[in-house]
Unconditional design. Structure first.
Length: 440
């Protein structure tokens, strides 16, 4: 379930391809997009190279279906789609409203939910987490994280900033090793769903509530002093509990009230309602070179309520819905004239929030990290530009924003492992071709 990081996309995004043409023409192109669920032909999209690349992934049997949403400014997204929501030949076509497991792409949503409470003064970016979860008052730090649970008292508290940026000293069952991994598994610190078989085992040990989960996390020694190291972690899941405490409402209700309803994200769920189950895609895993159903849609674990709402990896959503979230961020907190967050809050959440001297290592390049997603502080050839923000998911989904150009992109697929193919690079190459076709 370790995500790939959507950092290998070329500098040239779809934004110039949309903003350089007359807005009215772009609107007409968008309006010609097919109805939800209908196949897309190359002629129907202003991004034919991207469409061809998507179609090649399906034709070559790399995946059953793929959907992208690409937008700029206040324009509606351009949807590009190919294939079906499952390998069966009679499965519905994949489209803007198909439902995908986005795993760690839940993290930016949780991060921005925390920013809302910072905006309202209900939490502070540098508040100690123990202010909201007293169990975190006295933490310990491992002396040899990979080989022993021996520990010493921490010299500084975990802060809200640390939870948002993976600098709390927490770990993850997908990255922990040795005794620490066994301790995470023993305590049931497994805040994610993968399939029905795994869920039956995980529920036996997983805490029953978000509050109990956070309290158990506080009993485990840290891998490093808070604020000294970037380490991928369950920090955004603990953040979900802070949001509950500070807002006075359940975490899932807070997201529904403050994000999903005002943004019109009507296809975003922690558990897919029975009436919407036919839109859920099947998740696959590679067994050798064979694409094998891992979480079939008809029996998916996402058709049942999770033990509690997972702030780090819990959501199912559509390309249309996730684009609504990205559009709000890219446009300074508004979408379709509805203000959800203040512009300064969005800007802060999509800035480098890492403690001084700490960096997110992007393939050997020191980059920043914002509220639940990367923030590029250095331009790299062939990569997303300085100022970009985004994240990816364990089943291959991708999302990013270039706030300078007000551009955004979402790519939906569902297969394990996420790095089976260079999807991010291939999408970026195709977008560059589409921009070149327009003379940009």
């Amino acid at each position: 379930m370790k995500p790939i990081f959507a950092l290998s996309l070329p500098l040239l995004l779809v934004a110039p391809a949309l903003t350089a043409v007359d807005a009215r023409q772009a609107q007409r192109q968008v309006l010609r997009q097919p109805a939800p669920g209908a196949p897309t032909s190359r002629a129907a999209t202003p991004l034919p190279a991207t469409q061809a690349m998507f179609a090649s992934y399906v034709r070559d049997g790399k995946l059953p279906g793929i959907v992208g949403a690409f937008g700029a400014g206040n324009l509606p997204p351009v949807f590009v789609q190919a294939g079906r929501i499952a390998m069966e030949p009679n499965a519905p076509a994949a489209g803007p409203d198909s439902l995908w497991r986005v795993y760690s792409m839940t993290k930016p949503i949780t991060g921005m939910a925390a920013m809302l409470l910072i905006e309202e003064g209900k939490i502070g970016l540098d508040d100690p987490v123990s202010k909201y979860i007293p169990a975190f008052a006295k933490m310990r730090v491992l002396t040899s994280p990979d080989t022993s649970l021996d520990s010493v008292p921490a010299t500084k508290p975990i802060t809200i900033r640390n939870l948002l940026t993976h600098t709390a000293g927490l770990s993850y069952s997908i990255v922990a090793k040795g005794p620490l991994l066994k301790e995470y598994e023993r305590l049931g610190l497994l805040p994610a769903a993968v399939n029905a078989a795994a869920e039956a085992q995980m529920r036996q040990v997983r805490p029953k509530t978000l509050a109990e989960f956070a309290d158990r996390v506080a009993t485990v020694p840290l891998i490093a002093e808070p604020g000294t190291k970037w380490s991928y972690s369950i920090g955004l899941d603990v953040m979900a509990r802070v949001i509950e405490v500070a807002s006075g409402m359940p975490f899932d209700r807070f997201l529904q009230t403050r994000f999903f309803t005002p943004l019109g994200m009507n296809s975003t769920f922690f558990a897919v309602p029975a009436a919407q189950a036919k839109r859920l895609v099947t998740n696959y895993a590679f067994v050798g070179d064979t694409l094998t159903p891992f979480d079939p849609a008809a029996t998916s674990v996402y058709l049942q309520q999770p033990t509690f709402p997972y702030g780090g990896a819990g959501l199912v959503t559509s390309a249309r819905d996730y684009d609504r979230f990205l559009s709000m961020l890219a446009n300074g907190g508004t979408v379709d004239g509805v203000r959800v967050m203040k512009e300064d809050t969005v800007r802060l959440g999509m800035s480098n929030l890492l403690p001084a001297g700490v960096f997110f290592d992007s393939d050997g390049t020191k980059q920043g990290y914002g509220a639940g997603g990367f923030f590029n502080i250095v331009d790299q050839p062939g990569r997303l530009p300085k100022g970009s923000y985004g994240w990816s998911g364990a089943a291959g989904t991708l999302a990013w924003i270039d706030p300078v150009k007000h551009a955004r992109a979402t790519v939906m697929v569902n297969y394990f492992p996420a790095d089976r193919y260079p999807l991010a690079t291939d999408v970026g190459t195709a977008l560059r071709k589409d921009a070149a076709r327009l003379g940009l």
